[in-house]
Write a protein that binds this ligand. Structure first.
Ligand SMILES: [Zn+2]
Length: 374
């Protein structure tokens, strides 16, 4: 399902193509996050206009609400949400560990209480794959345990063994699309290698680096990728889960990553923060009160084509829904367009200079805050 088209001569950056039943995805790719079956505030038609290639859905959230029966009756997540392009779903593992209460983890799976109504639920490897099959996912992620940061080596090693046991069980459950294994091992290079090699032995359709973006410093995040990537086959897609800021994604691509998802562009939009090539800009700041220009000069997004910063600032300050939507559209466009530029740069053999210019330029905005995905 993955075709490696070209590789940058001076880094590990790759141009690739993923083929799914709902469409072809050019990589590197950014996947907007649709936690509850919707990318917050954005319709499927708008996602198409932004040239979104694939979105992410969350098994945990959709399993709890509205529940699988309803989604099955309404035609799976594609029919229910009316997004007809490719969908990647996470297995629910990350949310079970980060959101659910009263967890009991055994080799069979995780018993937990719903964070919505306290109902007692269970998700194990089989359940996680069955949920994703019902959703009709084009790319299903294996059920894994995501250890916290920081984490003792003994805990990380035991957790990894359980994740590998679950991986074998997940492989047996039929799903309509591809299955991606998730490399774990926390911050330990030897565990990362062990995890990657064991998963590759089981032969999945692609591989993710998991257990990143859990509160670790950026160096640890990059190290987790550097300690996993060398053991992953070149002819399969690689996905760094839950990342990142724009420069972090550029650096991950230089380290051989093809796919990203991150809540940042949509989440920070709802507080009036916009991405630009010079860094983030907070539209609530007084300096934008009379600004006639767009959020970013030259941006072709629906917000920048039409509206002034002053107007969008007014909407955001007044808690108007349109203001949050416009900043969301701009931020998604920024992330998606960054990937378009990177794909072109890799094809033309100019990724090295693009990387240098982008990373240096980002952060020039005096307003840039040190925003991390967590
Ligand atoms: Zn824009």
């Amino acid at each position: 399902m993955f075709e490696l088209l070209s590789t940058d001569p001076n880094s590990k950056a790759r141009r690739g193509r993923l083929t799914t039943a709902h469409g072809v995805i050019e990589t590197p790719v950014f996947m907007p996050v649709g936690t509850q079956g919707t990318v917050k505030g954005v319709s499927p038609a708008e996602l198409w206009d932004l040239k979104t290639q694939i979105i992410l859905g969350n098994s945990y959230h959709l399993f709890l609400r509205p529940g699988l029966e309803i989604i099955r009756e309404l035609g799976g997540l594609h029919g229910f949400s009316r997004w007809s392009g490719p969908i990647l779903t996470d297995s629910g593992g990350f949310q079970v560990f980060s959101l659910a209460k009263l967890r009991k983890i055994t080799d069979a799976g995780v018993q937990f209480q719903s964070h919505i109504d306290g109902a007692s639920c269970f998700i194990g490897p089989r359940e996680a794959m069955e949920i994703q099959a019902t959703l009709g996912s084009d790319i299903a992620m294996l059920f894994d345990e995501c250890p916290p940061y920081p984490c003792e080596k003994e805990y990380a090693a035991n957790s990894l063994q359980r994740t590998l046991l679950w991986a074998k069980q997940c492989k047996e459950v039929p799903t309509p699309g591809a299955k991606f294994g998730i490399v774990q091992g926390a911050t330990f290079a030897d565990l990362r290698r062990e995890s990657a090699e064991a998963l590759v032995q089981m032969d999945f359709d692609g591989y993710a680096v998991g257990g990143v973006s859990v509160g670790e410093p950026e160096e640890e995040m990059l190290a987790a990728v550097e300690h996993s990537e060398p053991y992953l086959p070149a002819h399969k897609a690689r996905y760094a889960m839950g990342l990142g800021t724009p420069p972090q994604m550029v650096e991950m691509i230089a380290r051989g990553i093809d796919m990203f998802d991150c809540v940042l562009p949509t989440r920070v939009a709802r507080t009036g923060t916009a991405y630009t090539a010079a860094g983030t800009v907070n539209l609530k700041n007084a300096c934008h009160t009379r600004a006639k220009g767009p959020i970013e000069e030259g941006c072709t997004c629906p917000a920048c084509r039409e509206f002034s910063r002053a107007y969008i600032r007014h909407l955001v300050k007044s808690d108007e829904i349109l203001g949050l939507r416009l900043v969301t559209l701009h931020n998604l466009h920024f992330y998606l367009n960054l990937m378009t530029q990177i794909r072109e740069a890799i094809t033309q053999g100019t990724f090295g200079s693009f990387r240098k210019t982008f990373v240096l330029g980002y952060g020039k905005s005096r307003e840039t805050d040190d925003i991390n995905p967590v």
